[in-house]
Design a protein around this ligand. Structure first.
Ligand code: FAD
Ligand code: NAI
Length: 487
């Protein structure tokens, strides 16, 4: 056994690297093992989020949004240009540079906080004295090591789910990984699944000129989202030219040799499906992104070596405090229950590190925000109107449209609305839902309000700068009491 640590973290994504840093801040002797490799085989800390998730997708969304503004939005401001071009390879290279900056940033943070990093795969070897004496963890990588850990935090993340019998080749059948590496705008792009990835990636390539079709199994659009908000978003996406077919059953996916069928490019994909009316249909595209959810990842972890319990989905079983069935073994992030979001993973990582150090770490699962970075953006926290109805809770709703907000009009970005849901008796805010400009930033006010158990009256009485998009939140809060001032 080469080294002993107070805490060994397996996985260096947002759950793992944040847990490692917080544990080190609290004076613990910490190692973090991560196996992600960059194009040169070197380490690439940050997990899915940094390498093929949050950060690169937002970089491409930003570039493509600038292009869309230049192509369709500038003229209304009196700005014209002769010739607009897109260099998709350069756009992807910019994204890669941002990813590398983030990878390097985490390595720097590890050095600064004295977290020892091992590049390789971490696996359980055995429990010492039934786990009461800690665990032996093997690292297989550039150098093989065996570590002893008093406490272990598992943060091994998730992988994209493939359609049965249709493996990803990342050339024509793409997961999020391939979808973020498309180097040339495809003429026709298909996506299976109109969830978060389907909408974000579909938006990127539609803005750049691809004809985009999204096939979704569910008969409702964004079923987890407040349906008033989802309907407004669907209207906007359809107007932009994103073809979204709901209630579809995908029957067969075949790679085809080029051309009449597959459009431009060397080869393509043919998707046979049954539409909502029961008709047999075919979709021919150059490339197909499969974005039908993600599965918890315990590949190579060897949970069976120590008896770590997994559920039927393959997620590590944890309680509310992220304790597993084994003493001294914790698990956080995408590999456990709950929403697969980077900030949820981070919050769990901090809470676990604090619990290990004898503090009282806590995650408020009821106030975790969601954001979909399309245009318009969609963001929400708390319960939807459908959930409140189903639970029988008496509530009052207030909405305010961005069309009546001065800043939104100045921006030329008036699609969407803000919606407040508050308890009918106490006025406590139960949910806030936004579709519109910078919803990703605006939702923070609602998260703070709900964390402090604010009422809609509290937000209605707080002074908001003018002109600002934030005023739409104040007005929606006023609308709960039917006293908006500007609509
Ligand atoms: P991961 O980030 O998956 O990290 C796990 C790490 O563990 C990886 O580096 C992996 O290589 C490593 N690992 C696994 N097994 C081992 C082992 N045995 N030994 C050593 N290392 C191992 N979330 C948001 O909140 N906002 C967004 O905007 C957003 N955008 C997304 C866009 C896309 C396209 C995708 C796919 C996801 C997005 N997500 C977003 C989700 C977010 O990326 C995940 O929720 C988050 O990365 C989960 O963090 P994690 O630490 O649990 O796991
Ligand atoms: P998702 O769960 O958001 O959406 C998957 C969609 O695919 C659902 O609408 C589902 O009904 C549909 N579907 C499932 N099987 C299907 C089938 N056979 N045929 C057609 N449709 C099918 O999953 P997605 O988009 O893959 O993203 C995975 C996760 O990554 C998200 O749930 C989220 O946690 C995270 N993420 C977060 C982002 C953000 O916070 N902005 C951005 C991207 C991903």
């Amino acid at each position: 056994m080469s080294k002993t640590y107070d805490v060994v973290v397996i996985g260096g994504g947002p759950g793992g690297y944040i847990a490692a840093i917080r544990a080190a801040q609290l004076g613990l002797n910490v190692a973090c093992i991560d196996e992600w490799k960059n194009a040169r085989g070197g380490p690439a800390l940050g997990g899915t989020c940094t390498n093929v998730g949050c950060i690169p997708s937002k970089a491409l969304l930003q570039s493509s949004e600038y292009y869309e503004h230049a192509a369709h939005g500038f003229a209304a401001h009196g700005i014209t240009h002769d010739k607009l071009a897109i260099d998709a390879a350069k756009m992807v290279a910019r994204k890669d540079a941002i990813v590398k900056q983030s990878n390097d940033g985490i390595q720097y943070l590890f050095k600064k906080n004295k977290v020892t990093f091992f590049h390789g795969r971490g696996s359980f070897v055995k429990a010492l004295d039934g786990g009461r004496g800690g665990y032996e963890i093997a690292v297989r990588g550039a150098q093989d090591e065996t570590l002893a850990a008093h406490q272990v935090v598992v943060a091994t993340g998730s992988n994209a789910r493939a359609l049965p019998g249709v493996p990803f080749d990342e050339e024509t059948i793409l997961s999020n990984d391939g979808a973020l590496r498309i180097g040339k705008v495809p003429a026709r792009l298909g996506l299976v699944g109109s969830g978060v990835i389907g909408l974000e990636m579909g938006s990127v390539w539609r803005r750049l000129g691809a004809e985009v079709t999204v096939l979704e199994a569910l008969p409702v659009f964004l079923g987890a989202v407040d349906q008033q908000i989802a309907k407004e978003a669907l209207k906007a996406f359809t107007k932009q030219g994103l073809a979204i077919e709901l209630g579809v059953q995908v029957d067969k996916v075949e790679k085809v040799e080029k051309t009449a069928q597959a459009g431009r490019g060397k080869s393509g994909v043919s998707v046979s499906y049954t539409n909502a009316k029961g008709q047999a249909c075919t979709l021919a595209v150059d490339q197909l992104v499969v974005s039908i959810g993600r599965v918890p990842n315990t590949n190579g972890l060897a949970p069976e070596a120590v008896g770590l319990a997994l559920d039927e989905r393959g997620a590590i079983v944890v309680d509310d405090a992220c304790r597993t069935n084994l003493p001294g073994v914790w698990a956080v992030g995408d590999v456990v229950r709950g929403p697969m979001l980077a900030h949820k993973a981070e919050e769990e990582g901090v809470a676990v590190a604090e619990r290990i150090a004898g503090q009282h770490g806590h995650v408020d699962f009821a106030t975790i925000p969601w954001v979909i970075y399309t245009h318009p953006e969609i963001a929400w926290v708390g319960q939807t109107e459908e959930q409140l109805k189903a639970s029988g809770r008496a509530y009052r709703a207030g909405t305010f449209p961005f069309a009546a907000n001065g800043r939104a009009r100045a921006l030329g970005d008036t699609t969407g609305l803000v919606k407040f849901l508050a308890d009918a008796a106490s006025d406590e805010i139960l949910g806030v839902h936004i579709v519109g400009p910078l919803a990703s930033e605006l939702i923070a006010e609602a998260v703070v309000a709900m964390s402090f158990k604010a009422s809609s009256e509290d937000i209605a009485r707080i002074c908001h700068a003018h002109p600002s998009l934030g005023e739409a939140l104040k007005e929606a809060a006023l609308a709960v009491d039917k006293r908006t001032l500007n609509a």
